[in-house]
Design a protein around this ligand. Structure first.
Ligand SMILES: NC(=O)C1=CN([C@@H]2O[C@H](COP(=O)(O)OP(=O)(O)OC[C@H]3O[C@@H](n4cnc5c(N)ncnc54)[C@H](O)[C@@H]3O)[C@@H](O)[C@H]2O)C=CC1
Ligand SMILES: O=C(CO)COP(=O)(O)O
Length: 421
């Protein structure tokens, strides 16, 4: 076998999820595996939650004479034949080395890098299906924007994926409206990846640690105090694979139009993406009232303060305030999501039309899923369990509006800061 810069093996990559953002990230990853053949196998697997879909008449692929178009087809077949995800990312050509796969087990076979990118309500079931089926020394990156709240406490999805599967998992989040990224319009993102030290080991002398993942197991990942879960026992990455350093992770996700900044604050990156979805609902509510940009700026200001406070209170050991105020996953994602994100747009329409936001989600999103509603409920459950709802007035106001206990018009009074004495 060819020696690949001292490493005999290449990383195989699977994207778990194929929605609007899942498909856009899979496109980036497949472009980069092709561009970095010494590090990665070119073919990228994309796990697809299988469904049937009919090629719409307005699609450029529509041809009434074609057998593909005269009846519903499996979505995986359409993606693999047409190299486009017609349902979730229409009009964006996907690389031919991106393979849609309806079998969860088969899609992750032999993959050493797993990129999790699906609406957060489905992740627990998907992890159940993956347990025992993945390479034991695989590494993960979660692109999921949400928090995992259970009776045990609160966890980041990177933590819950990591502990369910016994792997290390980092996080990717940024000001990244999927359709813009997919059309290769410039954006930035933040990746938090703080891998076990042995992953950055340089090539070892012939025969020393090679091919023996069992040779070193290290108890590296201890959960933070609010999560109530056990620490995760990790397998080291065998030395015959290229190390998964920040530089190599960046080679998998950075593109000329998608600029990656690598950091180590997994909690800050994950919380930025999760909590801004609550704020985007509030921004949509005030926009729906016709209140304009000043109102939206007020909501965003309070939202950023509540993000920082939430991080400091519940993830104090690891979170950095600067992640919220300086990185794409913080303030920039807040701005883009409150300008054109789905949560913002659907909340705005719900006020304008006088219908529930769930109804707007059903009629406007063609199967895509809002994350802000469930995150608002998850965060509220957690704050309630701590008796701290009043300390997060904006998050609590959004919850009360969704519950029908308050109106969008009440937001100014509900978030009014106390004057200094
Ligand atoms: N769409 C966007 O612009 C961005 C989304 N995100 C985040 O990325 C994550 C994934 O979002 P999207 O890819 O946009 O998803 P999406 O909103 O397009 O959701 C649809 C996806 O859910 C899948 N699905 C439906 N039922 C399922 C089931 N029972 N089990 C498993 N999967 C099922 C569908 O097959 C489809 O792939 C979310 O956490 C979101 O907040 C992050 C940045 C940008
Ligand atoms: O996270 C996003 C942009 O960074 C997209 O937000 P929505 O899910 O509200 O569209």
């Amino acid at each position: 076998m060819a020696n690949l810069g001292g490493h005999q093996k290449k990383h195989k990559v699977t994207v778990v999820g194929s929605g609007n953002w899942g498909s856009a990230i899979a496109k980036i990853v497949a472009e980069n595996t092709r561009a970095n053949p010494s590090l990665f196998e070119s073919d990228v697997q994309m796990w697809v939650f299988e469904e049937e879909y009919t090629v719409p008449k307005e699609s450029k692929h529509y041809d009434p004479g074609s057998s593909l178009c005269n009846k519903p087809q499996k979505l995986t077949k359409l993606i693999n034949d047409l190299h486009e995800n017609l349902k979730y990312l229409p009009d964006v050509p996907l690389p031919e080395n991106l393979i849609a796969n309806p079998s969860l087990e088969d899609s992750v076979k032999d993959s050493t890098i797993l990129i999790f990118n699906l609406p957060h309500q489905f992740i627990a079931k998907v992890c159940d299906g993956l347990r025992g089926k993945i390479v034991p020394f695989a590494r993960g990156i979660s692109c999921i924007k949400g928090v995992d709240v259970s009776e045990r406490g609160i966890q980041l999805f990177s933590e819950s994926i990591g502990s369910k599967l016994g792997i290390y998992c980092g996080a990717l989040s940024g000001a990244n409206i999927a359709s813009e990224v997919a059309q290769e319009k410039y954006s930035e993102t933040t990746i938090a990846y703080d891998p076990p030290p042995m992953d950055s080991t340089q090539p070892t002398p012939e025969g020393s640690r090679q091919g023996s993942p069992q040779a070193s197991q290290v108890d590296l990942i201890a959960p933070h105090k609010e999560s109530g879960s056990r620490s995760t026992r990790l397998r080291s990455l065998p030395a015959d694979y290229p190390p998964l350093t920040h530089a190599n992770i960046k080679k998998l996700l950075h593109r000329p139009y998608f600029h990656v900044r690598m950091v180590s604050d997994v909690a800050g990156v994950s919380l930025g993406g999760a909590l801004k979805n609550i704020v985007a609902l509030a921004a949509g509510f005030v926009e729906g009232l016709g209140w304009g940009d000043n109102a939206k700026a007020a909501v965003m200001r309070v939202g950023i303060l509540e993000q920082v406070k939430f991080g400091k209170k519940f993830f104090a050991d690891t979170v950095r305030t600067a992640t919220f105020t300086e990185e794409s996953c913080g303030v920039a994602d807040m701005i883009t999501s409150c300008s054109g994100g789905r949560n913002f747009r659907c909340a705005k329409m719900s006020v304008e039309r006088g219908v529930s936001i769930n109804e707007v989600e059903k009629t406007e999103l063609n199967g895509q899923s809002l994350q802000g509603i469930s995150t608002t409920y998850d965060v509220n459950n957690f704050l309630k369990s701590k008796g701290m709802e009043n300390e997060f007035p904006l998050f609590t106001a959004v919850y009360n509006i969704l519950e029908g206990n308050a109106k969008p018009q009440d937001i100014p009074d509900l978030i009014e800061p106390k004057d200094f004495d």
